[in-house]
Every structure is written in structure tokens, then in C-alpha cells.
Design a protein around this ligand. Structure first.
Ligand code: SF4
Length: 280
């Protein structure tokens, strides 16, 4: 049996983004999470516009956090100071799907959960976990994608699978230490540009077992991999920052021209490592 290409340290922590990178392109996983190379190139054109969109996405997440921690909406509205932010903020505070949230006592914005996964750990940073009066646990994730992705695409993402599975595995402290029943969990993606079309993903015991088995299998595959090959899907390279390392072109892809736009937009997903404190 060939030697593993890389000895992954025992304290290594897997996340939905590292697993998704491996699934999309094993070389990207290697460059980003093992070699820890900084992003060397613009992911997509027009670079400035996409960078601004990403910064606005981070800012929106901060506003949502602060709102859920009890800062008055009127005060936060003043900080929504671009047309995109103003629209997202208006959509957020008026969304009928979210209107009950403020009345719930069990709101856990920006929560991190982790659990052992084989020799490693699995971690997830949640935008919000809400516990309803009848002890249903709802995971909310805010997305500022331009387009509303298909449910099938979202369902297959590692984020959808990791977030629900890890809540079941590690979230029992949220309900006073009682075991979490997968059927009592749901994940909701809420789209700031499409506030009336959230995507809902309920859960059940067999999905949980399937997801956890797949997580164990995938991390074992990553641990024993004898190489981390480049993806065959060259379209994915056109908006990947590592193009120069892989000799996969110089010119960044244009988001509007990329058919698999959601794959590109997902590279701009906001996570809490990127989010700083908000200033008033
Ligand atoms: S440029 Fe292509 S092959 Fe290289 S890491 Fe990115 S997606 Fe993978």
C-alpha cells in the first residue's frame, strides 16, 4: 500500500469548508489546509466588485449577529450603508420566516460546536441555532448569494451534512444534556437577496447515520491519500485562487460567465473566522 502523501497531525480539525475543498479538488485542500498557502490570485473578475460583495456579506453577518444579541434594529440600520446592505437588512428585519426569532428564548448566534471524528476533530461555526418552545433545533445560515441556488445543490453540500450531523453529535448541552433526536433538527438557508425563498432541510436518524459514516470514510480517505490530484473540472480552476500554482491559467473567470456560478459564489461564503467586532 502506498505511503500517505502527507501525515495529517492528530490535532487537525476538519470543517465543512476543508471537506468541501477536498470533494471539489483534492489539490485545493492540500494547498489551503495542509500547505497553508495564502490566496495568491483574484478568484474571479471583476475582482473589485467581488471583493466588495464579500466584505458586504461579512458586514451583513455582523449586523445579524448584533440584532440577535439584542441591539435595536434602528441602531443597526444606520450601519447598513451601501445599497446591497440596505436591501439585505430591510429583507432581514421584515422577513416573515424570521419574525418569530426574537421571541424565542433559546437563540444561540455565532455558536461553535466540535466533536471527535476518528483521530481528528470536526468543527462548525453556526450563524444561529434557535430552539423553539417544543424543543425543535433549527440551524440558520445567512447567504448573500446573488442567485438562489437549487435545493439539490445545497442538499449535497458538505455544509448541509456537517452542520446537521454535528448538531446531533455535539449539541446536547443546548437542551440540558439530553440526547438530540435528528428528527427534531432542521437546517434553514436564508437568502438575503431572496428573502421569501428559504431552503429547508429536515433531518432524520438514517440521514444522520449516513452522514456520520460518510464523514468517517472521507476523513480516512484524506488521511491515507497517496496524492492530492488536481481536479479534472477545469472550469473550477477559472475562479480558484491557486491557478498559478497549478498552471491552470492566469486570467480569472468572470462570475457572470461561469455556468456553475454557485460553485464560484460558495468560495465567497462568510465564516466567523473572517468576522470582526462591530463598532458603533
Ligand atoms: S487551480 Fe484547479 S487544480 Fe488547482 S487547486 Fe484550484 S481548482 Fe484545484
Amino acid at each position: 500500500m502506498p505511503e500517505p502523501a502527507f501525515k495529517i497531525p492528530s490535532q487537525f480539525t476538519f470543517s465543512q469548508s476543508s471537506l468541501q475543498d477536498y470533494a471539489d479538488c483534492p489539490r485545493r485542500f492540500q494547498l489551503r489546509f495542509l500547505d497553508r498557502l495564502l490566496y495568491p490570485a483574484a478568484e474571479s473578475e471583476p475582482a473589485l466588485e467581488n471583493e466588495r460583495h464579500q466584505q458586504e456579506g461579512q458586514h451583513f453577518h455582523r449586523l445579524a449577529q448584533q440584532y440577535l444579541l439584542g441591539i435595536p434594529a434602528e441602531k443597526l440600520a444606520r450601519l447598513a450603508n451601501t445599497p446591497n446592505l440596505q436591501r439585505w437588512w430591510e429583507n432581514f428585519v421584515h422577513a416573515t420566516d424570521l419574525s418569530g426569532l426574537k421571541d424565542l428564548s433559546g437563540l444561540y448566534p455565532e455558536l461553535t460546536l466540535s466533536a471527535p471524528l476518528g483521530d481528528y476533530r470536526l468543527i462548525a461555526k453556526y450563524d444561529l441555532i434557535a430552539i423553539t418552545g417544543d424543543e425543535k433545533l433549527v440551524i440558520y445560515d445567512w447567504k448573500t448569494y446573488r442567485k438562489r441556488p437549487r435545493d439539490e445543490w445545497l442538499s449535497a453540500r458538505w455544509q448541509t451534512r456537517v452542520y446537521r450531523a454535528l448538531l446531533v453529535a455535539a449539541g446536547s448541552l443546548l437542551i440540558s444534556g439530553r440526547p438530540i433526536v435528528p428528527e427534531r433538527c432542521e437546517m434553514v438557508y436564508w437568502f438575503a437577496n431572496h428573502p421569501g425563498e428559504p431552503a429547508r432541510f429536515p433531518y432524520n436518524e438514517s440521514q444522520y447515520k449516513r452522514d456520520w459514516d460518510a464523514l468517517v470514510k472521507l476523513t480516512e480517505e484524506i488521511r491515507t491519500a497517496s496524492s492530492y490530484p488536481l481536479t479534472d473540472d477545469r472550469q473550477m480552476c477559472s475562479y480558484c485562487t491557486y491557478r498559478s500554482y497549478c498552471d491552470r491559467g492566469i486570467q480569472a473567470g468572470n462570475l457572470d460567465a461561469i455556468e456553475a456560478e454557485m460553485e464560484a459564489e460558495s468560495l465567497f461564503d462568510v465564516n466567523f473566522e473572517q468576522i470582526g467586532e462591530i463598532e458603533f
